[in-house]
Ligand binder design. Structure first.
Ligand SMILES: Nc1ncnc2c1ncn2[C@@H]1O[C@H](COP(=O)(O)OP(=O)(O)OP(=O)(O)O)[C@@H](O)[C@H]1O
Length: 278
C-alpha cells in the first residue's frame, strides 16, 4: 500500500507543482495518473521515491514513512520500489541480461556489476523474469540492438528483479507505436496482478489508461481533480482535467483516421475518440 498525505511540492523557482494531494493505492492496483503538461504528474511520482523532495506532506510505503528517512535508509527503501523511468534507460553496450542484473546494483555495489559476480540465484531470477517478459531468446543481445518495445520489457524485468512492492512508471509508452504500447501496458497490468504490486503510471494516453488501469487519477495544476473508475471518464470529467474541448466529437473534420494517427503527441485526439463512444 502506498499512501500520500497532503503532499505539496513547491520548486525553488516558485512553481507550485503539487498542492496537498492525498491518495492511497492498495496492493495489486494499477493507478493511471493523467493530466495536461505541467499538471505535476512526474513531480508526484518523483516525490514518492524522493528524487524530488516534497515541500510538505508525507509518503508511506506500507508502514514506512519514506519522507522521514535518512539518505541511507532511503537507499534501502528504494529497493522496495520498482522504477520504470525514461532516464533509467538501458546501458546500450551491455547485454539484455546484464541490464536486468543491473537492477541488483542497489544490493551489491558497483564493483560487482560485472556479470559473473552476481549470485547464481539472482541470475536465475533474472532469467525467469526475461522469460516472463518474452525475451528469453534475447539475453545475449546488446541493448542497442533492441526495438523500443523490447527495451521497455528489459526495463520492466530490471525493475522487478528486486521484488518491489510498488512500481513507479513514468510515461512507459511515450515513444512506442499503438500496438506495442498496448502490449506493454497489458504486461505491466498482468505483472501487477500476478505479484500483487501497486503501480502508479504517468501516462498521456487516456485511452490506454482507460483500457489497462483499475483507477484513474486526474491532476490539473498540481491539484487532484478526479479520482475514480476508468469508465467514469466522460466529457465533463475530461474537461475538469484538461480544460474545455469538444470532447464529444471525434475531430473537427470527422476524419477518424486522422484521429488515430499514432504521431499525435498528446493523444488528446484518442481521448476524443474514446469520449465520443461513451
Ligand atoms: N526541476 C524543476 N524546477 C522547477 N520547476 C519544475 C521542475 N520540474 C517541474 N517543474 C514545474 O512543476 C510543474 C509540474 O511539472 P511536472 O513535470 O511534474 O508536470 P507533468 O504533469 O509531469 O508534465 P508533463 O506531462 O509535461 O511531463 C510545472 O509547472 C513545471 O514547470
Amino acid at each position: 500500500m502506498l499512501t500520500l498525505k497532503q503532499l505539496t511540492k513547491r520548486y525553488t523557482t516558485g512553481d507550485k507543482a503539487l498542492t496537498s494531494v492525498s491518495l492511497e493505492i492498495p496492493a495489486g492496483q494499477v493507478a493511471a495518473l493523467i493530466g495536461p503538461s505541467g499538471a505535476g504528474k512526474s513531480t508526484l511520482i518523483r516525490c514518492v521515491n524522493r528524487l524530488v523532495e516534497p515541500t510538505e506532506g508525507q509518503v508511506f510505503l506500507g508502514d514506512t514513512e519514506l519522507t522521514g528517512l535518512s539518505s541511507r535508509q532511503l537507499r534501502r527503501a528504494r529497493r522496495r520500489m520498482g522504477m520504470i523511468f525514461q532516464e533509467y534507460a538501458l546501458i546500450d553496450r551491455l547485454t539484455v541480461m546484464e541490464n536486468v542484473l543491473s537492477g541488483y546494483l542497489g544490493y551489491t555495489g558497483f564493483w560487482r556489476s560485472y556479470f559473473r559476480r552476481y549470485p547464481q540465484p539472482v541470475v536465475q531470477q533474472a532469467f525467469k523474469l526475461l522469460q516472463r517478459v518474452g525475451l528469453e531468446n534475447f539475453i545475449d543481445k546488446r541493448a542497442d540492438a533492441l526495438s523500443g518495445g523490447q527495451r521497455q520489457r528489459v526495463g520492466i524485468a530490471r525493475a522487478l528483479l528486486q521484488s518491489p512492492e510498488i512500481l513507479l512508471v513514468d510515461e512507459p509508452t511515450a515513444s512506442l507505436d499503438p500496438k506495442t504500447s498496448r502490449q506493454i501496458m497489458r504486461l505491466i497490468k498482468e505483472l501487477c496482478v500476478e505479484r500483487q504490486l501497486a503501480a502508479i503510471i504517468n501516462i498521456h494516453d487516456v485511452q490506454l489508461a482507460q483500457l489497462f488501469a483499475d483507477r484513474i487519477i486526474g491532476l490539473r495544476a498540481g491539484q487532484l481533480v478526479f479520482d475514480g473508475q476508468p469508465e467514469q471518464l466522460d466529457a465533463e470529467i475530461l474537461t475538469r482535467i484538461y480544460g474545455e474541448e469538444d470532447w464529444n466529437h471525434a475531430s473537427e473534420s470527422g476524419d477518424v483516421e486522422e484521429v488515430m494517427d499514432p504521431s499525435v503527441s498528446q493523444n488528446h485526439a484518442q481521448v476524443t475518440l474514446r469520449a465520443a463512444s461513451v
